[in-house]
Design a protein around this ligand. Structure first.
Ligand code: GLU
Ligand code: ZN
Length: 483
């Protein structure tokens, strides 16, 4: 068996879509699992819609995700060029070969003529595809059409009677009955290749053994299969991955929120979490674990056992997974990730020492789903309580019988000390309990509210030492005055 070669073949007409990222992940993981080669090919034959900015953005997103390719754009390899825009001459000469051996022919029909005949065919209940009119033009007929100023396209000659069967790795046997495709265009009037032609020529040229791509390309596959045959080659194996759908069952689009990897990155998702979540679509670990390193997925996943039904985009699950990764991020790294958000937030970070800023970020990690959450979570360290107190917290203070005496007691305890360190916090609690007779939640909640304005947040043992004596006192006084 030759070693496995797979490719990811994006068209650079926008950012890397989350569905594309999943296709890239599966190709990458399959190559890694099988000791094969992962190729990145850029399908930019549509010169109008392809942009350099999209190319850069796709490459940046793949690298950010850690889906490094072995061969291809920006990397080189033995089967280049890896950008289709650099290969127009190759497609032309392959088309000429097909013309020479009778597998393709020139078609001089004008678009408006084709459209007219298509309408008529529909009206008369015939198949609306190309009617093969130019299949048997003689050389002199071709010449006279040329003289009329018509520029021909090149069409592939497709036998009418064949049934095309694709043994898809994911979907099993899929058969396409006779007449489903007619003689389709491989080269346009300007000599540029169609998507189908360039795609197949390149998969052949790059010795691709497995074409792993989105299910939206399944309907293109019969065309590709006949192209391989016409070119005298065996088709590769195909694996068509189910698409990602929004929770409403419609194909994932802008109205479901972020859809590009770039947006997820900007919204504070970690690459490892996004990969983990993408890996989970259509795959389950034997022990039902939702969070696992991508190396586990590479080891365990089975291309032929990936789910056939649509994968549903579940943002709640993604957030949960991302939160788990945030909790497990080493302190220095988390700080590096959060600082830009805190700096942008407008908080006066100079109020705290470098060490204290590190501790602040540490104290937030348990309550974050995405990185920008650090801003709201850190508010109690930077903003006056009055501006951030939650209505529920206000309500709590109002309705609690003992809150006021607990808070006053807390002020006394703080005043007794020069500084507050983590070990002081339980001592303060004990002293307060003794003085007020209140314990548990009734004791800690008023304090939490008095220093942070919130019912939930970082542990008091972390928060109080970071805030320090002076800030604690001024906040508490603010809250007492508010009531
Ligand atoms: N350029 C195609 C796309 O972006 C990929 C086709 C394929 O993977 O065969 O959808
Ligand atoms: Zn024609």
């Amino acid at each position: 068996m030759p070693s496995i070669r797979v490719r990811f073949a994006p068209s650079p007409t926008g950012h890397l879509h989350i569905g594309g990222a999943r296709t890239a992940l599966i190709n990458w993981a399959f190559a890694r699992q099988q000791g094969g080669t992962f190729v990145l090919r850029i399908e930019d034959t549509d010169v109008e819609r392809s942009t350099e900015a999209s190319f850069e953005s796709i490459i940046t997103s793949l690298r950010w995700l850690g889906l490094e390719w072995d061969e291809g754009a920006e990397k080189g390899g033995s089967y280049g060029p890896y950008r289709q825009s650099e290969c127009f001459h190759l497609y032309k000469s392959e088309a000429e070969r097909l013309l020479k051996n009778g597998n393709a022919y020139y078609c001089y029909c004008l678009p408006e003529e084709l459209e007219e005949r298509r309408k008529l065919a529909l009206k008369e209940g015939r198949p609306p595809g190309y009617d093969r009119r130019c299949r048997s033009l003689s050389i002199s007929q071709q010449e006279s059409l040329s003289r009329e100023g018509r520029k021909p396209v090149v069409r592939l000659l497709v036998s009418e009677s064949q049934t095309i069967v694709v043994d898809d790795v994911v979907r099993g046997r899929v058969s396409f009955g006779p007449g489903i495709i007619s003689d389709f265009i491989i080269l346009r009037t300007d000599g540029t290749p169609t998507f189908h032609f360039a795609n197949v020529i390149d998969d052949l040229r790059m010795r691709i053994t497995h074409v792993v791509r989105g299910e939206d390309h399944l309907s293109n596959t019969p065309r590709h299969v006949v192209l391989y045959k016409a070119l005298g080659a065996e088709p590769p194996r195909f694996a068509h991955l189910s698409l990602i759908m929004g929770p409403d069952g419609a194909r994932l689009s802008k109205r479901h929120g972020a859809t590009s990897v770039e947006e997820f990155r900007e919204n504070g998702y970690l690459p490892e979490a996004l990969l983990n979540w993408l890996a989970l679509l259509g795959f389950a670990t034997p022990d039902g674990q939702d969070v696992f390193p991508i190396s586990d997925f590479v080891k365990r996943f089975d291309l032929s056992a990936l789910g056939k039904s649509a994968a549903i985009f579940d943002r709640g699950k993604l957030d949960w997974i991302n939160g788990t990764y945030i909790r497990n991020t080493p302190a220095a790294k988390l700080r590096e990730l959060c600082m830009p958000y805190l700096l942008k937030s407008g908080y006066d970070v100079s109020e705290y020492s470098d060490d204290a800023l590190g501790e602040i970020i540490e104290s937030l990690r348990g309550n974050m789903a995405v990185l920008p959450d650090c801003v709201a979570q850190a508010a109690p360290y930077f903003k006056p309580i009055e501006t951030i107190i939650e209505p529920e917290a206000r309500e709590y203070l109002k309705s609690s019988q003992s809150a006021r005496s607990v808070i006053s007691g807390f002020v006394e305890e703080i005043k007794k000390r020069d500084t507050i360190c983590a070990t002081d916090v339980p001592l303060i609690g004990k002293a307060l309990q003794k003085a007020t007779g209140v314990k548990g939640k009734d004791l800690y909640m008023p304090i939490r509210i008095a220093v942070s304005g919130r019912l939930h947040g970082p542990e008091l043992a972390k928060m109080l030492p970071i805030l320090g004596k002076a800030r604690c006192l001024s906040r508490v006084e603010e809250v007492l005055a508010m009531q």
